[in-house]
Design a protein around this ligand. Structure first.
Ligand SMILES: Cc1cc2nc3c(=O)[nH]c(=O)nc-3n(C[C@H](O)[C@H](O)[C@H](O)COP(=O)(O)OP(=O)(O)OC[C@H]3O[C@@H](n4cnc5c(N)ncnc54)[C@H](O)[C@@H]3O)c2cc1C
Length: 431
């Protein structure tokens, strides 16, 4: 046990959380719930970063032990918040991972599923024919598939808004439209005009959960982390009017949009996922595996992305029967957008103490496309980890909640690496 990092151990620890995305709001609420005096800063509005642009696909189908445990805890919390968090709902829905014939990844599916099952996840290999009998999706072109049962979807913006309210109820001071920079030594923040040196406010600890801006923000304090933003895309599409297809079709008196009410599907060969959405369905991926400028990237979806996703939807959902399945111009895309994910050299996030002194500044970033679904568990981990660090428990002690595999110190910070797409079967199978 080392010294306590706190300036006044009798007072509640003063913690600044920088970044009001899903991770930051959860960490802020959970820190306050554990007695910390928390200020949450966002340069814009809550959810203005990646969290407000995410697809809201949620599952616990991970092949590594810590990932599986964290994701399982996150789904457990999503389910609990569905019952307890006003303004938030979680919709359970199986998640199908499908690999087409001719794709070498098909061979990796059984090993991937074995590893997920070894960590207690409810995932099974399902042959294409029975898969097609269970769900009305096209399976004739598939070589292998798996179904994850503990999965679902939600509206990410509503999670951030509802958790922001939970944070306020727990006593968090929420400061939006407030850009923050790390100034000088230690966790002194410069709040407001980032060029006005000398107006900093001191905290016992600062949590940096600034998404795609994390590298720049920590860089101001001389802390280098290899967290690189890259662009991904999503769209929503209509399925026509009630009566033509989908979950609400045939409901007596229903005259709203037809909603795709079948499983979420990740077509791994096409690199496209889809899920139900209140106006039809939501689909995405469209990864651009090159670094993106967090202040200057194109926020609208590319034409190539819309075209390739539309083609996949026509192929994969032809048996669902929406009007557009046989129409080479369909579906009716309502909105296509882009946002940023963050990559790291090994695909694992950076979560824990960083820099010097290492028990005062903490980072939570680098989710490789899976930050939203893990946010309820990561926020909780950050809250417990920060408070343990402030109590003098060092990160590598057995009593520390920090996860070794996510230790920010495993990198020098100046690594050069290729950005790898986060959802691939190869990545998840450990092959
Ligand atoms: C199209 C798309 C689809 C996705 N789909 C999924 C999905 O289905 N499931 C999933 O798990 N993940 C998904 N993701 C990834 C997910 O969005 C991110 O991993 C997650 O939202 C990251 O949350 P965060 O809180 O770390 O960061 P963010 O939500 O980016 O929040 C960071 C916040 O920090 C603030 N900030 C930055 N700099 C400063 C500063 N200097 N001062 C104050 N505030 C600052 C920003 O304004 C922002 O609000 C998707 C991403 C995109 C773009």
């Amino acid at each position: 046990m080392s010294r306590s990092a706190r300036t006044d151990p009798r007072a509640p620890p003063a913690v600044a959380v920088v970044g009001g995305g899903a991770v930051g709001v959860t960490a802020a609420a959970d820190l306050a719930a554990r007695g910390a005096d928390v200020t949450l800063y966002d340069r814009s509005t809550l959810g203005a970063g990646s969290s407000g642009r995410a697809a809201g696909v949620l599952y616990d189908a991970y092949a590594e032990d810590v990932d599986a445990a964290l994701a399982a805890r996150a789904i457990e919390r999503f389910r609990a918040f569905d019952r307890s968090l006003p303004g938030f709902s979680f919709t359970p829905c199986p998640y199908v991972i499908a690999v087409r014939e001719g794709d070498a990844d098909a061979e990796a599916v059984p090993a991937m599923v074995d590893r997920m099952r070894a960590h207690g996840r409810a995932v099974s290999v399902v042959d294409p024919e029975p898969l097609g009998e269970r769900f009305p999706i096209a399976t004739g072109d598939l070589a292998a598939a798996a179904v994850a049962e503990n999965a679902g979807w939600c509206d990410p913006a509503s999670y951030v808004a509802a958790t922001g309210e939970r944070a306020r109820r727990e006593g968090v001071a929420v400061q939006t439209d407030t850009p923050v920079s790390l100034a000088g030594d230690g966790p002194e923040l410069l709040v407001g005009d980032a060029d006005r040196r000398g107006a900093g406010r001191g905290f016992d600890a600062v949590v940096v959960a600034a998404g795609a801006h994390t590298t720049d923000l920590l860089g101001e304090a001389g802390i280098e982390v290899p967290v690189v933003p890259y662009r991904v895309q999503a769209l929503t599409a209509g399925l026509g009017e009630a009566g033509s297809a989908g979950g609400e079709a045939g409901s007596a008196g229903y005259d709203g949009p037809v909603v795709y009410d079948e499983p979420m599907v990740y077509d791994a060969t096409a690199g496209v996922y889809l899920r139900p959405h209140p106006t039809g369905l939501l689909a995405g991926d469209g990864t651009e595996p090159v670094p993106a400028d967090p202040d200057g990237y194109d926020r609208t979806g590319d034409d190539w992305f819309v075209e390739s996703v539309s083609a996949t939807l026509r192929e994969r959902l032809d048996v669902v029967g929406p009007d557009w399945a046989a129409d080479p111009t369909g579906p009716d895309v309502e909105r296509a957008w882009a946002g940023l994910c963050t990559a790291t050299p090994d695909g694992d996030p950076l979560v824990g103490p960083v820099g010097d002194p290492a028990d005062r500044v903490f980072v939570a970033a680098g989710w490789q496309g899976h930050g939203f679904m893990r946010a309820p568990a990561v926020g909780e981990l950050v809250a417990e980890g920060v408070l343990a660090s402030l109590d003098g428990i060092e990160a590598r002690e057995p009593a520390s909640p920090w996860i070794d595999a996510f230790d920010p110190d495993r990198f020098d910070g100046d690594e050069e690496f290729d950005i790898a797409e986060g959802m691939s079967v190869e990545r998840r199978s450990g092959e």
